[in-house]
Design a protein around this ligand. Structure first.
Ligand code: NAD
Ligand code: ISE
Length: 340
């Protein structure tokens, strides 16, 4: 049994504690920490967990009876906790973002390179969604031919606590990671187009992001975090031979009062429920096997570089180059394995 310590027992920390305790196999949460100690205690009580509540995340990470760490605290704290886990030679699952700046992600990459070992998995759960996996399989098999254009939409009903750039820094990273993985390609430039603003928010919303890849594929992504009507994710790949769409979540088609209707989900937790379970189960299995898999620190770094290009593109209204970086051999090897 892997003894897991969780740093940050807010919304998604509690979700991961719940799935480890009640749904998944091979691990138990034995230690928790939150700056709000009361919240950490409540998170344990909710799951009837007899875990130790630590006063500091660093003490939890260094504790000899913690085998592996989950970081689900506030984004700006991730870098410190992930670096401490690497220093303590412990596998670490870090919710997105890996760090809030590309520089911070690079420091984590450098820490792994120094140890010549990967410790980090980043919480890009869409790679575990069965719809996205089916789409990737089809693209990898060449069934629609080479991808030429991709249309994406990421819509959420409301995001009352979002500050101005959070649609780019908090929501869009999921598309950035998924598209690199789906297309097996890297971004070279980003442009952000600002449409008319919704009256349902004080921030700019929606955004349209245009990305170009090394192979020349063009992507347009609409990020609309106050769309009102539901949580709705789309991805359509236009290839040389055909078009492939991300499947819609299963929902009953109802005919009633002269209308045909399908329910639309309203919550990301529900939309990606199975994907989160698979993601954390595979992390537990990889910890047991002694080899971390899944989205790596390198992937987290590449996402951060693209996010920074998007934020600059938004403020400058220019097309901004995404910094090109050679993949270090430590990551190239595991990247190849993941694709096989
Ligand atoms: P939240 O605000 O509900 O929880 C964050 C918790 O971290 C809070 O309880 C807070 O007290 C705690 N915290 C802050 N600083 C801390 C510190 N120094 N040490 C210990 N605890 C600290 O937020 P959330 O929605 O649970 O998000 C947490 C992270 O997960 C964010 O980075 C977010 O982007 C990510 N997230 C990912 C997904 C996904 O789909 N993969 C979904 C939601 C959130
Ligand atoms: C949130 O932080 C997430 O990570 C969700 O998965 C995402 O869909 C949502 O838009 C983000 O705000």
């Amino acid at each position: 049994m892997i003894r897991v310590g969780v740093v940050g027992t807010g919304m998604i920390g509690q979700d991961h504690i719940h799935r480890i305790t009640n749904v998944l196999k091979g691990a138990q949460v034995t230690a928790v920490n939150d700056v709000d100690e009361q919240r950490a205690r409540q998170a344990c009580a909710k799951e009837h967990l007899d875990a130790e509540v630590y006063e500091s995340g660093i003490d939890l990470i260094q504790a000899p009876d913690v085998d592996a760490v989950i970081v689900t605290s506030w984004g700006p704290t991730h870098e410190e906790f992930v670096l401490a886990a690497i220093e303590a030679d412990k596998p670490v699952f870090c919710e997105k973002p890996l760090a809030v700046t590309a520089e911070g992600c690079k420091r984590i990459v450098e820490a792994e390179l120094q140890k010549e070992k990967q410790y980090v998995q980043v919480g890009y759960m869409r790679r575990y969604d069965k719809g996205y996996k089916a789409l990737k399989k089809l693209v990898d098999e060449g069934q629609v031919g080479e991808p030429l254009v991709v249309h994406c939409a990421h819509r959420a009903p409301s995001a009352p606590n979002f500050s101005e750039d959070m649609p780019l820094t908090d929501s869009f990273p999921h598309e950035i990671d998924t598209l690199r993985w789906l297309l097996d390609d890297e971004f070279v430039s980003a442009q952000v187009v600002l449409p008319r603003k919704t009256s349902h928010s004080s921030i700019q919303d929606p955004h349209i992001i245009l990305l170009e890849t090394e192979k020349g594929t063009r992507i347009d992504a609409e990020i609309f975090v106050n769309c009102q009507y539901g949580y709705d994710i789309h991805c359509e790949i236009i290839g040389e031979q055909g078009i492939a769409n991300l499947p819609e979540p299963a929902s009953v088609l109802m005919r009633k009062q002269a209308k045909r209707t399908n329910e639309i989900l309203v919550d990301w937790k529900e939309r990606f429920l199975e994907a989160y379970d698979k993601e954390i189960q595979e992390w537990i299995d990889s910890v047991q096997a002694g080899k971390v898999t899944g989205p790596s620190a390198w992937d987290g770094y590449k996402v951060a570089l693209t996010v920074e290009a998007c934020v600059e593109a938004k403020s400058s209204r220019e097309i901004i180059a995404v910094h090109k970086q050679e993949i270090p051999s430590l990551y190239a090897a595991s990247d190849k394995l993941l694709k096989e």
